[in-house]
Design a protein around this ligand. Structure first.
Ligand SMILES: [Zn+2]
Ligand SMILES: [Zn+2]
Length: 290
């Protein structure tokens, strides 16, 4: 089958190894069918999907960048950090992941405990929603799915709008690691580090990352780039981020934040150009799969 190529790569994709609905193999197949030049896997806070994605990419000879989207915080602002092509066996990275898993696990347990007073769910019923067993980070999507399967809500989105919403009394925030600490660890491990959707107003109504915050990450911690092209960055924010990137000499990336059927985002709806991807590959410590 010949597929006509559309220019660019989608560098922001989630699979069942975090809160997406498709497997890494399906990601590779769909990215290939969509005619993308290549794709990055970037599940939340895990590398658990890398192995399957690598095997699928090699089988199809489809270019794959292995990455992760890590949740962190800076001055009470939530910061999502995309890291590509880093050494996942680096000691600092392993320690960082162990700390994060523990915090997320405890938070999910506290939320389920609160919810169980008013809804027919248990830790057991939430655990049953995890698609790939131990490898997945249990989080709000799984609690949402447990509420759906208990008949409380029709869809995962309804649950996100209801009891597990950030404003709900059942909500428990996760204590994220400091963004500076996360960027430092990933840079030490040879990663190429990009701030995801940092112009998304809805995600941080109280405080967004300022130009100075971004400058600090770039000058003191070695931040490589900004995800300028993302559906949640408004046109004005894209212009702002692009100007900051030019001023600081940062890479400008784009990604769909695809979650399969879990969200309306379409694979490849935002992309990163070929020359930027080549620079990412040049900087990264581990190799491109193709
Ligand atoms: Zn994100
Ligand atoms: Zn994402």
């Amino acid at each position: 089958m010949t597929v006509s190529r559309v220019s660019g790569w989608d560098l922001h994709c989630h699979t069942v190894f975090s809160d997406g609905t498709k497997t890494p193999t399906e990601l590779i197949e769909l990215a290939h069918a969509a005619g993308l030049e290549g794709v990055a896997i970037s599940d939340h806070d895990t590398i658990a999907g890398w192995q399957e994605a690598k095997a699928a990419a090699q089988a199809k000879h489809f270019p794959l960048i292995r990455g992760t989207e890590i949740t962190a915080e800076h001055l009470h602002t939530s910061v999502h950090i995309l890291a590509y092509l880093y050494d996942c066996e680096d000691k600092g990275v392993l320690d960082m992941y162990a700390k994060m898993r523990q915090r997320r696990y405890e938070r999910a347990q506290r939320m389920v405990e609160r919810l169980s007073h008013d809804f027919p769910i248990t830790w057991q019923s939430v655990s049953e929603q995890v698609r790939e067993g131990e490898a997945t980070t249990i989080g709000r999507p799984h609690i949402a799915d447990a509420l759906v399967s208990a008949g409380v809500y029709k869809t995962r989105s309804d649950a996100f709008a209801g009891a597990i919403n950030g404003k709900s009394p059942y909500y428990v925030p996760v204590d994220s690691l400091a963004a500076t600490q996360v960027i430092f660890a990933l840079k030490q491990a040879g990663g190429v580090v990009v701030l995801a959707h940092c112009g998304a107003v809805k995600r941080n109504r109280r405080r967004m990352l300022t130009d100075d915050d971004i400058e600090l990450f770039a000058r003191e911690y070695g931040l490589d780039g900004l995800e300028v092209y993302h559906r949640e960055n408004s046109r004005e924010q894209q212009e702002r981020l692009s100007a900051i990137a030019q001023k600081l000499g940062l890479l400008q990336t784009g990604g769909s934040d695809w979650h399969g059927e879990g969200k309306p985002n379409v694979l490849g709806e935002n992309r990163t150009d070929t020359s930027t991807v080549q620079e990412i590959i040049r900087r990264g410590r581990i190799r491109l799969i193709n």
